[in-house]
Design a protein around this ligand. Structure first.
Ligand code: SF4
Ligand SMILES: [Zn+2]
Length: 143
């Protein structure tokens, strides 16, 4: 689903705010989903919730669907973003190279698989290390 692609190369489908949003919208797979910290539902970057996002504005100016298809990629702005205080941002450069290589749809399918519980297949978020459905545990990618 393209709504899980953010212009900067993040996979919104593994954002806890998007998971809370999808749960509120009635996604049966997420009825047991919960986060242990305060977070608010978000419809994802592709839904237009952040019209002031520098990556949305810049991609509009370049006529590109995401930074992967920009002639200036990887530009200083996306490199700086990948090195900020949010650990999951470190993956955007690799994500965007991968999108260039295999296309958006195949990348979204890969991401869906990557961010699913290895035991039961339930959706998980970037900083999760225990499945809300089956209780399986794994090493959090970013901690
Ligand atoms: S200039 Fe940088 S931030 Fe802007 S669209 Fe291109 S790669 Fe993305
Ligand atoms: Zn599970």
């Amino acid at each position: 689903m393209k709504r899980y692609l953010a212009q900067c190369g993040l996979y919104c489908g593994a954002c806890s705010s998007m998971l809370l949003h999808d749960k509120a919208m009635g996604d049966n797979e997420l009825m047991d989903f919960q986060v242990e910290y305060q977070d608010s539902p978000c419809g994802g970057c592709a839904s237009g919730v952040n019209p002031d996002c520098e990556f949305i504005i810049c991609n509009q100016a370049h006529g590109t669907q995401c930074c992967a298809f920009c002639a200036e990629f990887p530009c200083p702005m996306i490199i700086k973003f990948s090195q900020d205080e949010w650990e999951h941002h470190i993956d955007v450069i690799d994500n965007l190279h991968r999108i260039k290589e295999i296309g958006i749809d195949a990348w979204l399918a890969e991401q869906k698989q990557q961010w699913s519980c290895p035991q039961c297949g339930s959706r998980t978020h970037w900083y999760q290390s225990k499945c809300c459905d089956c209780g399986a545990t794994w090493a959090c990618r970013y901690k």
